[in-house]
Unconditional design. Structure first.
Length: 320
């Protein structure tokens, strides 16, 4: 029996692949098509191109602040743009918010609790950082001013700062004598009240480009912060005795939550009138002609100190 026969397959000639230049396979450049810009509508004013894409916003929370809120909106609106201001209205009844050029957020009136306020603002701040590079919070009687000799505006300071959370130099502005005229809110404030006292308690971490969870009163937060000597916070609560007494009468009548009262929260808002008068007299007796520029703010902050009344540096006096 013979072996089965298998037919051999014919040998194929090898296929020779000619080399091809990579450049020949690359897509050829196409001239971009230039579209004619549409003609603007007659009478339509086109907005100017922004010089920078940097965006900053400011938040405050108020209740019946007819004295300070107009100045707050005017100052921060000039610095950041009124469209970037957010006023959280905790049930105001005096019409102080209704006509303001800003973003108005109304929430129901409830018993006041500084823990609740801090948490609410912290979460809102976190949300705004989705749309802004930096967001700051201040009470409506607090005005953050970038040192005018170094920065043309607060916005410029915010864009150039390097820290993620900034503490400000905290200054209480005082009515420096009993015989000075009442404060005129339509004129430069610091020209009328050119004395202040530095306080570690006001060196608040209010400017942040990362989420912060603030403690009651916004004096601290859960983030690392840097005390920046070019950002000065001017607090106007003690800038006028008569206005201070009127506001003290209002705050004494506020409803506070049971938890806030148990923590003795905001006890200075429930002082008697004579308590405030004595504090003004004590501050005025310690007045000197030394400049606040001579204060070692870092040492004061580290040792939780406060100073006496000194002159506010001239460069700040026309800030607001």
């Amino acid at each position: 029996m013979g072996f089965p026969f298998r037919r051999r397959r014919a040998m194929r000639a090898p296929v020779v692949v000619e080399p091809v230049l990579i450049e020949a396979l690359a897509p050829q450049p196409v001239e971009p098509q230039v579209l004619a810009e549409p003609e603007p509508e007659i009478g339509l004013k086109l907005p100017p191109e922004p010089k920078s894409k940097f965006r900053a916003a400011a938040i405050t929370m108020v209740y019946n602040e007819r004295d300070n809120l107009p100045l707050w909106c005017k100052y921060y609106g000039r610095q950041l743009g009124p469209e970037n201001l957010y006023v959280i209205d905790h049930g105001s009844t005096d019409g102080s918010v209704d006509s303001r050029l800003c973003n108005h957020i109304r929430i129901p009136r409830t018993a006041f609790d500084d823990n609740t306020r801090g948490e609410m603002v912290s979460y809102f701040h976190r949300s705004l950082l989705k749309y802004f590079d930096v967001v700051m919070y201040t009470d409506c009687d607090e005005f953050i001013v970038a040192r005018p000799s170094k920065f043309a505006s607060l916005r410029e300071f915010l864009e150039k700062r390097v820290e993620t959370t900034t503490r400000c130099i905290g200054i209480n502005v005082w009515q420096h004598a009993m015989d000075v005229p009442p404060l005129d809110m339509t004129k430069p404030i610091l020209r009328q009240r050119p004395y202040g006292s530095a306080s570690h308690w006001l060196a608040k971490p209010l400017i942040a480009s990362v989420p912060n969870m603030w403690t009651p009163g916004f004096h601290n937060s859960d983030q690392h912060s840097v005390l920046n000597g070019d950002a000065w916070l001017f607090h106007l609560k003690h800038a006028d005795l008569s206005t201070g007494l009127q506001k003290l009468e209002r705050t004494r009548s506020l409803e506070w939550s049971a938890e806030a009262l148990a923590r003795n929260q905001g006890d200075h808002h429930r002082w008697q009138d004579d308590d405030l008068r004595r504090m003004f007299a004590l501050a005025q007796r310690g007045r000197t002609e030394d400049s606040l520029d001579g204060v070692d703010f870092t040492h004061m902050f580290r040792h939780r100190g406060s100073g006496n009344l000194r002159r506010i540096p001239e460069e700040f006096l026309d800030a607001f």
